[in-house]
Design a protein. Structure first.
Lengths: 209, 209
């Protein structure tokens, strides 16, 4: 089977091609499309005063910075660092919102290897403080989006250690997650799905009392 | 008077020295000491499960990135971008926390030029959503720290446009802000001051009803 990449061409081996269209082993721009969509939604929500949610900048380890006279500092050597938190956070209706955006080309399940231990730990810590935490998952080939509550994600993550599956079946995500609908403004209308997560979390909290 | 820098040496002029210890006209590491102290406090609060508050990475505009074979990507040309938000945010006791850290060497007042319009706008937007927002101000030569509520900061900022002062007198900050005490673990014990801001904001909200 020949896999055709978004530009409609098969990947060409070699240095130049690797830069322009990273092959299947590169994770550099995984989730880029979803990120762009979420960023546009966040811009809209910010402009309309509905929520203040931002993507955090990618952390960079600076090694060499030049300070030319009368012009801006130039980074000459730096490396990408692994973030210690999730990519997105902010505030909505008084609630602390925290999530990471992940895409998968799978059609039947979401592979847990998309997450790292430190992200799971971060989500668990925010959840403990009463935050609204989730994974924003896109099944790219199905064009389906879901908010999966962090509590469910963490349960599946932990189950791996005791022989659980390394992925979450789509059917499970359809049951425990909340679907995100496409709209016009914004295109990815995800705050109504967040409203459902808030209602659910408040319901769970009052049941515990 | 000879000013001795943290390494105990006077600054030496020249390119190499400029890199290691930027002179007094550089704004690159303004607030570095306060930032280091806050970061250490945040690490402690995270480790002890009291709060999840992080400094956001500095946004960088990438221009040239090399992808050497079999080794990590290297940034070869990049520039610092002005952040569109404040430096710190997170969650504490279910509350969204948002602040910026600013140092001044002044002894009698805090100059408002330490802030930029976009930071004021961001704090106002977060405040509208019900966040606990403030400026974490250090008077370095007095070794005094305060949390100044964002609502006060914004009021002073806006007053400038109609002939108000360009700085906030220390006496005013001592009245409207909350002092932060030095402790042992963590050294900058600022969550008790945040507790006071939360109580004050909740009181104001219930008075409005």
């Amino acid at each position: 089977m020949t896999i055709h990449y978004p530009n409609g061409q098969s990947p060409v081996p070699g240095q130049a091609a690797a830069k322009a269209t990273p092959g299947p082993t590169s994770f550099a721009d995984r989730g880029m499309t979803l990120e762009a969509e979420i960023n546009a939604s966040n811009d809209y929500y910010l402009a309309t005063g509905q929520a203040v949610i931002h993507k955090k900048p990618t952390p960079i380890q600076l090694v060499k910075v030049d300070y030319p006279k009368r012009s801006a500092a130039v980074v000459r050597e730096a490396y990408f660092r692994r973030p210690s938190t999730t990519d997105y956070n902010g505030i909505y209706r008084g609630y602390y919102i925290d999530f990471d955006a992940k895409e998968t080309r799978n059609k039947a399940s979401f592979p847990l290897k998309n997450f790292h231990q430190h992200q799971i730990d971060h989500l668990a810590a925010c959840l403990k403080q009463g935050g609204i935490c989730f994974a924003f998952i896109k099944f790219t080939r199905l064009d389906k989006h879901f908010l999966l509550p962090a509590s469910d994600l963490i349960a599946h993550w932990q189950a791996q250690a005791t022989g659980g599956k390394h992925s979450i079946p789509l059917a499970v995500i359809e049951q425990t997650g909340v679907p995100v609908a496409y709209g016009y403004h914004p295109r990815l209308k995800y705050l109504p799905a967040v409203d459902q997560l808030i209602a659910r979390q408040k319901g769970a909290a009052s049941n515990e009392q």
